[in-house]
Design a protein around this ligand. Structure first.
Ligand SMILES: Nc1nc2c(ncn2[C@@H]2O[C@H](COP(=O)(O)OP(=O)(O)OP(=O)(O)O)[C@@H](O)[C@H]2O)c(=O)[nH]1
Ligand SMILES: [Mg+2]
Length: 351
C-alpha cells in the first residue's frame, strides 16, 4: 500500500493553478459532452454549478444533471461516517489508492460536511490529506463547502454523485461528518454504509448512537497499527458482539466488524472485499435495486419539500407578514401554531 502511494505520488501531474476570474460559462451541451468524455475539469466545473447559489447556475446545473441521469447509476456508492478524527479522509485515501492501483478502477470522492459552516474549513484540511489520491488521473476528489441546511447539502452531493457516475467513475466514496442528521442523509444516498470507530474511546465519547451503528453495513476499527494493534482488535471483537444483537437486516446482509489501518494499509483490501460481497449478495437477491428505488422515491419527496419551502419563503404574502408574526411568537402574543397557520393560509389564498 505504502509503495503504491509513493508510486502514485511520483507520477503525479501538478495541479492546475486556480483561475481567479470567472471563465466563459460552459453551455449545457459542452458540460454534458465533457462529462460523458470523462473530462475531470468539466466535471469539476459542473459540480461548481451544482453548488452555486446563483439562479442561472442552478438552472443550468439542473439541465446538466437531467442529461446525465440516463448515463448514471453504474457505480458502487459507499458512505463513510465516524466522529471527527476517526480517520475517514485517511481511510478514503488509502481505499482510493487501493482501487486505483490494485484494481485499476476510477474513484470519485465527495464530502458532506454540515459542520464546515461552523468550523469554517475542516474540509480544506481534507483536501490536503487526500493529495496522493487527488493527483491520480483515475480519481476525482471533491471536498465541498456546505452552507445552510443538511437537506441542501445532501441534494448537492447526490447530484454531484450522478455526474461522477456519468463521467465513468465506477466507485463513489462519500465522506460525512458524524453529527447525527448527516449520517442519515448519507445513508440514504449510498449502497453501502461504513462506520469508522476507534479503540479506546467509549461509545459515548465517540458519539456513536445505536441508530448509527444499526445503519452500518460494516464497522471498521481504524488505526489498528503500532501500539494500538491489540486494543483495536479488542474493540473489533466488542463491535462484532454488539452487532450480533441487532435484528437481521431486510437486505439479507449480516453486519460485520473489521480492524484496519489507513497508515499501514492493513485491512483495506478486506474492507473492499466486504463491499464487493455485499454488492454481490444484494444484487442477487434484489435488495440492491430495491434500496435504490426507495432512494429515488425519497429524493422526489425531498425535492418537493424544498421547492415548496422556497416558494413559500419567496411569496409576497408571506414576506410581508413573516417578521411581524415571528415577533408575535417570540414575545408571546401568538402561539407558533397560530402564526404558522396564518402564514400558510395567506400563502394558500394567494397562489
Ligand atoms: N496511527 C494512525 N493514524 C491515523 C490513521 N488514520 C488516520 N490517522 C490520523 O488521524 C488523524 C485524523 O485523520 P483524518 O483522516 O483527518 O480523520 P477524519 O475522520 O477524516 O477527520 P475529520 O474530517 O476532521 O472529521 C490524522 O492525524 C491522521 O494522520 C491510521 O490508520 N493510523
Ligand atoms: Mg476528514
Amino acid at each position: 500500500m505504502k509503495s503504491a502511494m509513493r508510486e502514485l505520488a511520483g507520477c503525479a501531474a501538478p495541479q492546475a493553478p486556480r483561475v481567479a476570474q470567472r471563465r466563459r460559462p460552459l453551455t449545457r451541451a459542452e458540460c454534458v459532452e465533457g462529462i460523458l468524455r470523462g473530462d475531470r475539469s468539466t466535471l469539476a466545473r459542473a459540480v461548481t454549478l451544482i453548488e452555486s447559489a446563483r439562479d442561472d447556475d442552478r438552472a443550468l446545473a439542473e439541465q446538466v444533471v437531467e442529461d446525465c441521469l440516463p448515463h448514471s447509476g453504474h457505480s458502487i456508492r459507499v458512505g463513510i461516517t465516524g466522529v471527527p478524527g476517526a480517520g475517514k479522509s485517511s481511510v478514503i485515501e488509502a481505499l482510493g489508492v487501493y482501487l486505483v492501483t490494485e484494481r485499476k478502477q476510477k474513484v470519485a470522492v465527495l464530502a458532506i460536511d454540515p459542520s464546515s459552516q461552523i468550523s469554517g474549513g475542516s474540509i480544506l484540511g481534507d483536501k490536503t490529506r487526500m493529495t496522493t489520491l487527488a493527483a491520480s488521473e483515475m480519481a476525482f476528489v471533491r471536498p465541498s463547502p456546505s452552507r445552510g441546511m443538511i437537506g441542501g447539502v445532501a441534494q448537492r452531493t447526490r447530484e454531484a454523485m450522478l455526474l461522477c457516475e456519468a463521467a465513468g467513475y465506477s466507485n463513489v466514496l462519500v465522506e460525512t461528518v458524524g453529527v447525527g442528521q448527516s449520517e442519515t442523509a448519507a445513508h440514504e444516498m449510498v449502497d453501502f454504509f461504513l462506520l469508522l470507530t476507534l479503540a479506546g474511546a467509549g461509545d459515548e465519547l465517540q458519539g456513536i448512537k445505536r441508530g448509527v451503528m444499526e445503519l452500518a453495513d460494516l464497522v471498521a476499527v481504524n488505526k489498528a497499527d503500532g501500539a494500538n494493534l491489540e486494543a483495536a482488535e479488542r474493540a473489533r471483537a466488542e463491535a462484532a458482539n454488539a452487532l450480533h444483537y441487532f435484528p437481521a437486516s431486510a437486505s439479507g446482509w449480516t453486519q460485520r466488524a473489521i480492524a484496519c489501518s489507513a497508515r499501514t494499509g492493513a485491512g483495506i483490501g478486506e474492507l473492499w472485499e466486504c463491499v464487493l460481497e455485499f454488492v454481490a449478495l444484494t444484487q442477487a437477491n434484489g435488495a440492491f435495486a430495491q434500496a435504490r428505488r426507495e432512494q429515488q422515491r425519497r429524493w422526489m419527496h425531498e425535492t418537493i419539500d424544498r421547492a415548496l419551502r422556497q416558494r413559500f419563503d419567496a411569496h409576497p404574502a408571506v414576506q410581508s407578514r413573516v417578521a411581524a408574526l415571528e415577533r408575535d411568537v417570540t414575545e408571546g402574543r401568538a402561539t407558533p401554531f397560530l402564526a404558522a397557520r396564518m402564514l400558510l393560509d395567506a400563502y394558500a389564498r394567494e397562489t
